[in-house]
Design a protein around this ligand. Sequence first.
Ligand code: X2X
Length: 344
Amino acid sequence: MKLRRTLLSLLAVAAALGTVLAPASAQTYKAEYRMSLVLGPPTPWGQAGKVWSDLVKERTQGRINMKLYPGVSLIQGDQTREFSALRQGVIDMAVGSTINWSPQVKELNLFSLPFLMPDYAAVDALTQGDVGKKIFQTLDKSGVVPLAWGENGYRELTNSKRVIKSPEDLKGMKIRVVGSPIFSDMFSAMGANPTQMSWADAQPALSSGAVDGQENPLFLFTILKMHTVGQKFVTTWGYMADPLVFVVNKDIWTSWTPADQAIVRQAAVDAGKLEIAQARKGLIEADKPVLKDIAAMGVTVTQLTAAEREAFVKITRPVYTKWKATVGADLVNAAEAAVAARKK
Ligand code: X2X
């Protein structure tokens, strides 16, 4: 009896000690974390979030569970509010496009400068080099923890009206653009009639014909079967590509042990690498299978010649110059030098 009582009190002491000695952070982990995304699986963007979440769950033995909220549903689809919501903790983590965060972080407009990045080597020269590091420092100062790069991709032009080969062809055309002011500037400069709206609003606007066209990476054309909403013409012009960034809210980040932080960071890097390859699949091969698939849907695909492209470069040059000052001339100069020095 006495022995049993002693054992029981020893157990009670051990239990109390266990509570005291357990790492404080373990108690502050949430059962589930909320990850924001605009595009969900099966897009490369959505896959980026899924692979990140799966790797983290597996490598932390379930200590960190990140649930995907595509369609920026945590902020009712209002994608240009995502960065503020991340900072405020409404969102715990995100895989987000530089376009959607650029209203809050002006340096991110770098990637939207028209025709700054002529090819994927140029994109890599920026994100994987010193310019990418500088952007990460800026994001860190802006209140989030940046971990890795991913890619939405080259945004090509689609429309329901006609073949577009020159700025004249674009004249007066109603084009849906993202709610980031540089896009309105670019499309106005090209003679189009840009309308800012979220991606959530863009899809019904395309279906109803409220807008004539839009610009997005071509995997989205195939996944959403955009020809079924009247998008019969595609022009590949490679005017800009938006990278994705994997980030975590600062308070959430500091609530994790250093070992778990390392796991989350490495998982983001791994997921980013995989995703970039997926986003480029079908577009980097010589015969560009994605373009063939789209043409097979009865869509007219126009690949601009160098001379045709040059007309768009020229007409958007004043926008480039104006926004170079907003982004910061030093950063843009560094980016231009990195692009010029890239290995092709
Ligand atoms: O809104 C868009 O066009 C999209 C899905 O590409 C972004 O979120 C930038």
